[in-house]
Design a protein around this ligand. Structure first.
Ligand SMILES: [Mg+2]
Length: 382
């Protein structure tokens, strides 16, 4: 079998799908994207794709190394997202050839279900109570919300109190009927993270995500030494070579590699194993589309240290398309009591509605993340 063609489709809300075709008619789908830089990743996919045409899609391990090590310069969000989507599509092809879901090819199930959590409240912490109430009716009991709005490098107590009061209200309203993680979104400086985490401790959040930016990762062990709240990070780390540093220096209790950003299934399975060796949990990052989610679920179902799975149903970013709009087998993503079941169809287990993909990929607007500024006009972290 030989790879014959790679086709990319930029789609709403901020996704890209990749179709890899073979000379035997079997087709695989992947989701290579970095949010806000879709055209850059698209170019990278087609540049990397040159080395794939005419190759046997079954040799995923070798093709991965060709894509990674075949370039003198490697790593980073663009190249690793391109590799990720290609890798997903190759696993999809392998599963379809062998008539087995990807989790079966990775050694079989380690669990029967995985808890999903839901985003609530959007970028700005508002209307969160009502959001949680309606999501609870859908079966969710675990949530994530932004922990604060933009904060200056050293900010005032009023800003801290505002952030804390929202969290206090959630606990007061729901007690321990629900759990929630707080995403600092890299918005918080190291000095303010210290203050904010301390003030939030009485409300016992499940975890604090990206308390500081990945490029300030040396603060993770220092912050962890100060608090009992687990620290989560990893959505802006792109390979084993980056994750090994946080595992070695410690501080992070939950790794959040993104299956569409960190080299795909091949790489993230290895990252998951590295985390297990350090007694660190896994919670794949996934505010993206259905192929990315399917890839995450296959890793969750073969990784003992997977804790829960992010998913984007109803997320504030989903303007113009929802998670399952391009999926034919929507029922396979049904949740029971807020849990996903293993996807059972061959490959990734996502049947893509290609006609709809082609239709919706016409003249799609490019998504950009907002640019925030502080009151003094300087750029703030979003
Ligand atoms: Mg995050």
């Amino acid at each position: 079998m030989k790879i014959t063609k790679l086709t990319t489709y930029r789609l709403p809300p901020r996704w890209m799908f990749l179709k890899i075709e073979t000379d035997e008619g079997i087709v695989g789908w992947g989701e290579p994207v970095i949010e806000g830089k879709v055209r850059t990743v698209e170019t990278a996919v087609h540049e990397l794709g040159e080395a794939l045409i005419g190759q046997d899609p079954a040799r995923i391990n070798d093709l991965w190394q060709v894509m990674y090590r075949g370039g003198f310069y490697r790593g980073g969000p663009i190249l690793m997202s391109a590799i990720a989507g290609i890798d997903q599509a190759l696993w999809d092809i392998k599963g379809k050839v062998l008539n087995a879901p990807v989790w079966q090819l990775l050694g079989g199930l380690v669990r029967d279900k995985i808890k999903a959590y839901s985003w609530v409240g959007g970028d700005r912490p508002a209307a969160i109570i009502a959001g949680i109430e309606s999501l609870r009716k859908m079966g969710f009991d675990t949530f994530k919300l932004n922990g604060c709005e933009e904060l200056s490098l050293i900010d005032n107590a009023r800003k801290v109190d505002t952030a804390v009061s929202i969290v206090a209200e959630i606990r007061e309203t729901f007690g321990h009927q629900i759990e929630f993680g707080l995403d600092f979104h890299g918005r918080v400086s190291a000095p303010m993270a210290k203050v904010l985490i301390h003030e939030l401790e009485p409300y016992r959040p499940l975890f604090i995500e990206e308390p500081v930016l990945a490029e300030q990762a040396e603060y993770y062990p220092r912050l962890a030494a100060q608090t009992h709240i687990p620290i989560a990070a990893g959505e802006r780390m792109f390979s084993r070579f980056e994750f090994k540093r946080v595992l070695e220096t410690g501080g992070v209790s939950i790794l959040q590699p993104d299956l569409s950003h960190a080299g795909g299934i091949t790489e993230c399975y290895k990252i998951a194993s590295m985390a297990e060796a350090y007694d660190v949990g896994l919670a794949p990052h996934c505010p993206l589309g259905p192929i990315a989610l399917a890839a995450c679920l296959h890793i969750d179902f073969v990784s003992r240290n997977a804790i829960f799975q992010e998913q984007s149903m109803g997320i504030h970013y989903n303007q113009g398309a929802e998670l399952l709009d391009f999926v034919k087998n929507k029922n396979d993503f049904d949740m029971t009591g807020g849990n996903f079941s293993p996807l059972t169809k061959p490959g990734l287990g996502v049947e893509i509605d290609e006609e709809h993909v082609i239709l919706r990929s016409q003249n799609v607007a490019d998504w950009r993340n907002p640019l925030w500024r502080h009151a003094d006009g300087s750029v703030a972290e979003w």
